[in-house]
Design a protein around this ligand. Structure first.
Ligand code: ME8
Length: 726
């Protein structure tokens, strides 16, 4: 086993407070870090905040404070939440810290010295939301997020990304484990194969960033600045021998955990920067899916966030941690709902693990005065099951299959529970001697308690607070100090005096769901907090335009039915514009524009009856409105029926640059066989939705005939897959 493990989360933008989407990545990292440490691996877990760039500069301006004041406030909120969640990060890096600035400047100077950074002039389209240059004509929307791009004409420094095309492809080929899962790896490879252009890595039109060494009117491109955090945090750029030693010990990183939308930055730009600097490359980048809420990606810009604090207040940190790891299949998108959370809590934690612990330890208290009994033998099936669980759980976790790993443990919990019920140690069968009864009870209760010890050691990284309680109830002391490497069967010593017993997971109160919803509503009132207006400690908040979700909220009592439906129609258009945003805040400006264009500015205007009505179905739209919808040619590669859904087909379509899944209600018009190979038109930038538990990424176009079956849109001439319809 490797003697060190360095893992990182993305550093989060500070233009809004954390939510359970950002919490998800950080909790997963914490679980991995805790498990590695439990296995005796020297682990370094890094997280932090990304504090420079145009977006943050604008957010601070809107909040009426300096960027530094603004970022200080939000970074403190992130840390406070991570601390409340008990996350065991070893360092929290902020890109505004001197240690980071020093390292970024050092790397920039090195790349320049090595001939990989040169000065050139550039005119191009910049997407502020994504903080990225994009290859579109002036005035066109960003292909990633649909936001209108800004024309930037500047003298810039460029990084010779084009020089790394072949080297990167060779690297991916030689290191299949570098990008996981496979779908992300394929996307990255296609992106690089399509050709890499040199990357502009400085800006002169903004000030909020790290100055280019020796040419201070330029600031370093925010993504170059941000990615370098992974090395500056562990000492890169410092002359202090302790920092140098730490860097040498931990670099290269073993694992960068990221959300799927930022894979390109981590798998193309970052390795290219490192190659140019002559530094080793990280061992792996693992991209997870999105946490969806109300069917779309939970994000501050969409206004559909749930705050972790709400769940902590009502059910505690372990409930949230367990839910995120168990309910979401790592790598895929997963939905969050309060109902599902409470259901998992009650069935798996309260009735499952908590109940098993309580009944077993209470009986040891009753029949053996709270002392683990001497046992003549243990149940061989449970013993075997426990041993297999240790292996199964280990394999699952090594492969990031957290949900599977927990499922295996909960199978064991169910088996032990069934074993107790079947043997009913509380019964006193007639004709059995007191000695035999005691022996039988000892066997049953020792078996159950030993299984609980093993279960607890395994799930400690996921639910550390509960595991610590159970460990101490088992009389084993402080789990945080325990050696959890060796948990072979039989480790629980007879004679161990149990600790003080008490409930581990009391059943959730009946009103838990409504309480959480109420707290959320109170904190995200009908005007959900706009990113930039989040109350940041020490920062003056200014009123801003309301968010889209607010305006259309049917619950607003003063809102008339007709007006609500009109707004809904307009919001659907907006949803398309912000759909598939690859960046947390990618849609903020879209929302602002929507408010400006359709409703005037300010929340009063939004509610005022005199506000211009947003486009109704049948109204004319502008070319810019149309340009927001990304229509593309796709080819159907896989088509199959969805079980128990008469109308639905599951399609896998090829867009040239990526393959994706779409669910379409055309099963009554087409058989799967008729569709394979067919070229169709899809809306490529539609927010993902879940239908029958399956994610649909886009929508195909078909003529909808009254009383008839849908007819797919297609072409008479042959067209290239991926071509855009304009
Ligand atoms: O992209 N579901 O920061 P960011 C799952 N600063 N994960 C989510 C999520 C959701 N709904 N929402 C956010 C940036 N995340 C850059 C990163 S790294 C050098 C720079 C998580 O604040 C997920 O990990 O937009 C995603 O990649 C990250 O937050 C984006 O955070």
């Amino acid at each position: 086993m490797a003697d060190k493990f360095y893992l990182t989360t993305p550093i989060y933008y500070v233009n809004a407070r954390p939510h359970i989407g950002t919490t998800y990545t950080t909790v997963v990292a914490d679980v991995i870090a805790r498990r590695k440490r439990a296995l005796g691996v020297d682990t370094f877990f890094l997280t932090g905040t990304d504090e420079h760039g145009q977006k943050i500069q604008r957010s601070a301006e809107k909040a009426g404070c300096s960027p530094q004041e603004f970022t200080d406030g939000v970074a403190a909120q992130f840390r406070a939440l991570w601390d409340r969640l008990g996350l065991t990060y070893d360092d929290f890096i902020r890109t505004t810290e001197p240690r980071h600035k020093r390292g970024v400047q050092k790397l920039f100077a090195l790349l320049k010295e090595r001939g990989y950074i040169y000065k050139g002039s550039y005119t191009g389209q910049y997407c502020v939301s994504d903080e990225a240059f994009v290859d579109v004509p002036p005035g066109a929307p960003c292909p990633e997020c649909g936001r209108i791009t800004e024309t930037i004409s500047e003298e810039n420094y460029f990084f010779k990304l084009s020089a790394f095309e072949r080297t990167l492809l060779e690297f991916y080929d030689a290191h299949p484990e570098f990008i996981r899962p496979e779908t992300r790896r394929n996307e990255v490879i296609s992106f690089v194969k399509a050709g890499l252009k040199d990357l502009s890595v400085s800006r002169t039109s903004i000030q909020w960033g790290i100055p280019v060494p020796g040419d201070e009117k330029h600031v370093i491109y925010v993504w170059m600045d941000a990615l370098v955090n992974y090395i500056t945090a562990i000492g890169y750029g410092s002359d202090d021998p302790k920092d140098i030693a730490r860097f040498e010990k931990y670099w290269p990183a073993d694992l960068h955990i990221v959300g799927k939308e930022i894979t390109r930055f981590h798998c193309v730009y970052w390795p290219a920067f490192l190659m140019a600097a002559g530094l080793p490359l990280p061992k792996s980048v693992v991209a997870h899916g999105w946490l969806l809420f109300e069917e779309s990606k939970m994000s501050k810009s969409r206004g559909n966030i749930v705050r972790a604090e709400t769940i902590l207040d009502v059910l505690g940190a372990d409930a949230l941690r367990y839910f995120l790891l168990r309910e979401v299949v790592f790598g895929q998108d997963g939905s969050f709902s309060f109902d599902a959370l409470v259901q998992r809590y009650n069935s798996d934690l309260a009735n499952g693990y908590g109940n098993l612990v309580s009944r077993t330890l209470t009986m040891i208290g009753k029949y053996f005065d709270g002392v683990v009994p001497e046992f003549p033998t243990t149940d061989s099936l449970i013993e075997q099951n426990a041993t297999e669980t240790v292996t199964g759980f280990g394999h699952a976790f090594e492969g990031y299959a957290f949900s599977k790993g927990l499922e295996v443990v909960w199978d064991l919990i169910a088996n032990v529970d069934g074993f107790l019920t079947a043997h009913a140690p509380w019964k006193e069968p007639e004709g059995i001697s007191a000695d035999t009864l005691r022996q039988q009870r000892a066997m049953i209760l020792y078996t159950a308690a030993e299984a609980i010890r093993i279960i607890t050691a395994l799930i400690y990284p996921v639910i550390p607070d509960a595991a610590a309680k159970v460990w101490s109830q088992l009389g084993l002391g402080d789990i945080h100090k325990a050696d959890l490497k060796n948990i072979a069967w039989g480790g629980l010593r007879p004679g161990t005096k149990l600790g003080e017993l008490g409930p581990v997971f009391p059943r959730a109160e009946k009103d838990a769901i409504s309480r959480m919803k109420e707290i959320e509503e109170k904190n995200n009132p009908s005007v959900p907090a706009q990113d930039e207006t989040q109350p940041v400690p020490g920062v003056r908040a200014v009123p801003l335009a309301p968010k889209a979700g607010t305006i259309a909220a049917p619950a607003t009592p003063t809102t008339k039915e007709s007006r609500t439906s009109r707004l809904h129609a307009a919001l659907d258009g907006l949803a398309v514009a912000i759909a598939e945003s690859t960046n947390e805040t990618a849609a903020v400006v879209a929302v602002e524009n929507f408010v400006k264009d359709n409703l005037g500015s300010g929340s009063q205007a939004a509610a005022a009856p005199s506000a211009p009505a947003p486009a109704e179905v049948g109204d004319k739209i502008t070319i810019d409105d149309f340009a927001k919808v990304e229509l593309r040619v796709a080819q159907i590669k896989v088509a199959e029926r969805v079980p128990k859904a008469d109308k639905l087909l599951r399609l896998e379509v090829d867009l040239g640059y990526e393959q994706r899944q779409i669910l379409a209600g055309i099963a009554e018009a087409y058989t799967p066989e008729q569709l394979i190979g067919r070229k169709i038109v899809i809306v490529a930038n539609l927010a993902p939705r879940k239908l029958r538990g399956l994610e649909s990424n886009g929508m195909l176009l078909a003529a909808s005939l009254e009383g008839g079956k849908p007819v797919l849109a297609g072409f008479l001439e042959d067209v290239e897959v991926g071509a855009r319809l304009k």
